[in-house]
Design a protein around this ligand. Structure first.
Ligand SMILES: Cc1ncc(COP(=O)(O)O)c(C=O)c1O
Length: 459
């Protein structure tokens, strides 16, 4: 199935020929917002240059800022970063052990008089328990915000994600189900919130509220309107792919399929399962080596640690490196982020086994499924060769050694300069992840998505 083609080229040509590349009445951006809201069953859609930019503006739109707390989950950190950008304290709630999504009972325990919102991430397109989260939010008179970056057309109890909360955000970066290069959309059915968000992302000559230029371009929208039509077809294939991969581990007693809550419809973005090798005496390092030997395309441990264990959150360095938001004089709460804060997340994150679930050819899933089965057999046999470095691994190690710490996107650009091969962000991230378990040279996490180089032979 062709992803980008004549329709996108036709629209892009129209934009060029129009000579106007920005938001204009009756242009592609109008069309994209209208059709996105219609298809996602929301009243308003607000377009932005990236999901992260919309997320940056959302706290202002709900009236949150210095002195406030927002409850987030610790497996991914985009919402927590948006909090820091607004001088808001992210408060970490634990996740469920079977789907690694925000656990409503943990959220309930984290509510304080400073809480302004709950910000849930539907990680890798799986729905969190948004009905319970919404009830908690309503009970306490606070907002529920949904990060649906991975979850376009994912559903819970017959309603698309993004509509359970007061605002839902979607990402259109190149790694997402609806790619436009960069871009994002927020949906809401609340007129006042739509107005408040809109006026924060478009800078007028004399804005009434602190705002910025977080706009999308007509080029993105020109591609977006066509991709929006195609996403349901992509999802059909991604769902078949997920089934194929789930079946590959169905008989393995030490890799657990990710749980979908009752009433949930998944928009598979990444496929994942949980490693429990201890049940059969298999070490994670052995399974990693087996996966590599079998050629299975798997990543391990995702962010490796919950967000609150990263320095960026423990010692935030924004606003002149003065310790904001935690020691802001307006903040009357208490931050105590010791190990053990979210015991389920701490246990589950290192067990995550993950791979891309967005190939448009089921052959690719079948091939990977075969390799995963082969890796399982190998790990169980105990006949696994120690890990070694491929030529590509060596190139990536050399880049991180020279320029590190670097993020996958930086490594991709540097690798391109060295004549490739060109990798997409997921493939580079997965490669860098696998290089974390090597000897004598390895990578380590230097931030949520940053990697540093280590020469262990010298230690
Ligand atoms: C869960 C999640 N939220 C938010 C974002 C930010 O999206 P964008 O790249 O459009 O800013 C991403 C991007 O990868 C994401 O994965």
């Amino acid at each position: 199935m062709e992803k980008f083609g004549k329709a996108e080229i036709r629209n892009l040509t129209k934009v060029i020929e129009s000579g106007c590349f920005c938001d204009k009445r009756g242009g592609f951006m109008d069309q994209f917002r209208t059709e996105f809201a219609r298809d996602l069953q929301a009243k308003h859609a607000i377009s932005g240059g990236a999901a992260m930019l919309l997320m940056h503006a959302i706290p202002g739109a709900i009236g949150a800022g210095a002195g406030d707390e927002i409850i987030v989950d610790p497996v991914v950190q985009f919402h927590a970063i948006a909090c820091l950008h607004n001088n808001i304290v992210p408060v970490w709630a634990d996740v469920r052990p079977d789907n690694f999504l925000m656990d409503p009972s943990s959220v309930e325990r984290r509510i304080t008089k400073h809480t302004k919102a709950i910000w849930v991430t539907h990680l890798w397109g799986f729905p969190a328990e948004v009905d319970k989260l919404r009830r908690i939010a309503d009970k306490h008179g606070i907002y529920l915000l949904e990060d649906c970056a991975h979850a376009i057309f994912a559903e819970y109890k017959g309603k698309y994600l993004g509509n359970w909360g007061h605002i839902g955000t979607f990402s259109f970066n190149m790694g997402k189900q609806l790619p436009t290069g960069e871009g994002g959309m927020a949906i809401t059915s609340d007129d006042k919130l739509a107005f408040e968000l809109n006026r924060r992302i478009i800078f007028g000559e004399s804005p009434e509220v602190l705002s910025s230029n977080y706009r999308m371009t007509e080029f993105q929208a020109a591609v977006g309107v066509e991709q929006l039509k195609k996403v349901p077809r992509y999802l059909k294939i991604y769902r078949e792919g997920k089934k194929i991969l789930d079946e590959a581990i169905a008989d393995c007693g030490w890799l657990d399929e990710r749980f979908v809550i009752k009433g949930g419809v998944v928009a598979p973005y990444a496929w994942s399962c949980l490693f429990h090798g201890e049940r059969k005496g298999i070490k994670l390092g052995v399974f990693k080596a087996a996966a590599k030997q079998a050629g299975a395309s798997l990543g391990f441990g995702f962010t490796q640690r919950p967000g609150y264990m990263y320095d960026m959150f423990r010692k935030p360095n924004a606003y002149g490196n003065k310790g904001c938001p935690y020691n802001c004089h307006l903040y009357k709460g208490k931050v105590d982020w010791k190990t053990g804060l979210c015991p389920v997340a701490e246990d589950v994150i290192p067990r995550l086994v993950v791979c891309n679930n967005m190939a448009l050819d089921t052959k690719i899933y079948r091939q990977n499924a075969m390799k995963i089965k082969e890796a399982i057999k190998l790990a169980e046999s105990g006949n696994v060769k120690p890990l070694d470095y491929s030529d590509l691994d060596k190139k990536i190690l050399a880049i991180v050694k020279e320029y590190g710490p670097v993020e996958p996107m930086e490594a991709i650009a540097l690798l391109d300069k060295r004549h490739g091969p060109h990798l997409d962000e997921h493939s580079m991230f997965a490669r860098m992840e696998t290089l974390r378990d090597f000897f004598p040279y390895k990578l380590s996490h230097a931030g949520p998505r940053k990697f540093a180089f280590h020469d262990l032979s010298r230690q």
